[in-house]
Design a protein around this ligand. Sequence first.
Ligand code: 5AD
Ligand code: SF4
Length: 473
Amino acid sequence: MEMLDIISKVHDESRQGEAFVPFKDDVNEYQKKFYIESYGCQMNFSDSEIVASILNNEGFGATRNYEEADLVLLNTCSIREKAEQTVRKRLTEFRKIKDAKPGMLIGVLGCMAERLKSKFLEEEKLVDMVVGPDAYRSLPGLIEEAETGQKAVNVLLSREETYADISPVRLDSNGVTAFISIMRGCNNMCSFCVVPFTRGRERSRDAYSIVAEAQDLFNKGFREVTLLGQNVDSYYWIDETKNEIVTFAKLLEKVALVHPDLRIRFSTSHPKDITEEVLRTIAKYENICKYIHLPVQSGSTRVLQLMNRTYTREWYIAKVNQVKNIIPECGISSDIIAGFCTETEEDHHDTLSIMQHSKYDMSYMFIYSERPGTLAARRYKDDVPEEIKKRRLQEIVALQGKLSFESNQRDIGKSFKVLIEGDSKRSSDDWMGRNTQNKVIVFSKGNRDLKKGDYAWVKVNDCTQATLLGEII
Ligand code: 5AD
Ligand code: SF4
């Protein structure tokens, strides 16, 4: 179980297919109800909050029970074949309800909608709407169209859309941590990746609206925001009123200045784009978390080149060293792909050894899954046998388990400032929170009068592979 825990954090298995939870303090009465389920990355979950906001304005209230919904939406992911299979399976389950309730509309949103476009309507006969990630503003019109019995499709990608002015309805919120989307799309062309095709070109959101959203969250009691984008380091926005260029480092600083008690995290970085200025900004502000997700993908220069990652093994190692020089206490995590096209046993060992060098605290680990239309699918043969891919993944997972455990053991005896997120999963006598390095810490509530959203100083005295255990000091 422990192993699965580590594999599935970004694509947090416990959140895959999570349904939108209606907010408790909404006093409005709605005529119609929508149900939305989300798959994939944090960006997708964040998009579902935008969709919820748009639908609320149209008089749709949220429900957790799809059987009572007038509108059922799946916000989908295309990153690996398995993600798409999960969605197709879910759609067949909806068929039964649709048969019993013919007026109910079913919509597919997100990356799979974008990838398959109107093909979806041919393949999955029960789908009424297909809406890509840049087309959510057109949902009201599309719903109207679908209500007349026509199939409605909008998969146009945009060069400008950032949904900057739409204030997201917070999904399943713990009231302490929230996501803020800062840029959309991706201009990198990693050869394995479908994202540039499903989410389009990079564009950055107005910095003022980002800072205002952070301030608003802080005022509502939130104490941590994660700035989200497919490639946050390429954030770039020109403030025309002040003639100022806002880089990602500048943006981090602006959000950090909202309040010292508001923690800032961000995801995801491309190693080639994270600048020294960003690292120095992280070091400068106590409330910018000392944690960087720095996906390596492979440790072999030859494979990295085929992946079009634009760095070598040595360059990546130098980047990790730079991070550790500038921010000595920084936590680092990674994404790793096993069995990319042409990967040899030697390449695989390069991956294992770069993991050891980087001492990742945590990794998301995947078997290569060929995606139609990507550069890799067009140029290279998916030639590593499934059995070998699986065995290599297992070796990567086992090594990461060891590295995570060692990393946690190094923390025994240390004290950390922990932001309390809520009760621990196992017991309401214990709090669960995170330290700046993003490690989960569980500790006894004791007789202290603390609540979620508070900070506590906790001394670590034990650990498992996935969790630190401590006591309040
Ligand atoms: N196969 C396997 N893993 C992939 N990822 C992206 N595309 C693929 C693919 N085709 C992984 C990468 C990326 C993470 C979000 O998903 O490691 O960083
Ligand atoms: Fe999945 Fe990538 Fe789309 Fe996120 S951006 S939903 S990970 S395909």
